[in-house]
Write a protein of this length. Structure first.
Length: 77
């Protein structure tokens, strides 16, 4: 997965498909909880995290999970 935005030039993270799925579920769960937070809590969190970036990462992870061309990489030791 590679993410590019205004503040971060580029980040590369190597995850298995299962890890992608788990990370996406965690992000989606957080986004759901965020919408249920009170104004004070939501304001504090919004100063610490960029919710739009989290949503973009979740969307990208979903594309990776459903892609027909993704192959699971095996590390040989």
């Amino acid at each position: 997965m590679q993410v590019t935005d205004k503040r971060i030039h580029q980040v590369k993270i190597e995850l298995s498909l299962e890890e992608c799925k788990n990370l996406r579920k965690a992000i989606d769960h957080y986004v759901t909880l965020h919408s249920q937070m009170g104004d004070v809590e939501r304001g504090y969190v919004e100063r610490q995290l960029d919710l739009d970036t989290l949503k973009a990462i979740s969307s990208h992870l979903k594309l990776v999970e459903t892609s027909d061309i993704v192959e699971e990489m095996r590390i040989r030791t």
